[in-house]
Design a binder for this molecule. Structure first.
Ligand SMILES: [Zn+2]
Length: 87
């Protein structure tokens, strides 16, 4: 059973969670299978998004920069374009 280690404040209907364990899921935006501790969702939780798409979605909406220091500790997340984006 996965547990939520930290939840981040919603940004324009998108929520982001950091889980205690790496979890496999399919991103509803890019359609890729992901393996990560960071999972975002929309308000209804009907769609899950990877951390990369979350960063793009919030920046597309002219909200603040990717606010979280992303470190997935070598579990093979390949969103290199967004993982360096931090405060
Ligand atoms: Zn994605």
């Amino acid at each position: 059973m996965n547990t939520i280690e930290r939840s981040y404040p919603p940004r324009d209907g998108l929520r982001l969670w950091r889980l205690r364990q790496v979890t496999a899921f399919k991103c509803s935006r890019c359609g890729e299978g992901k393996l990560s501790r960071l999972i975002a969702s929309d308000k209804s939780e009907a769609h899950l998004y990877c951390n990369g798409c979350y960063g793009e979605l919030v920046s597309e909406q002219n909200l603040v920069r990717w606010p979280i220091e992303v470190r997935d500790e070598g579990f093979g997340v390949v969103d290199g374009a967004t993982s360096d984006r931090r405060e």
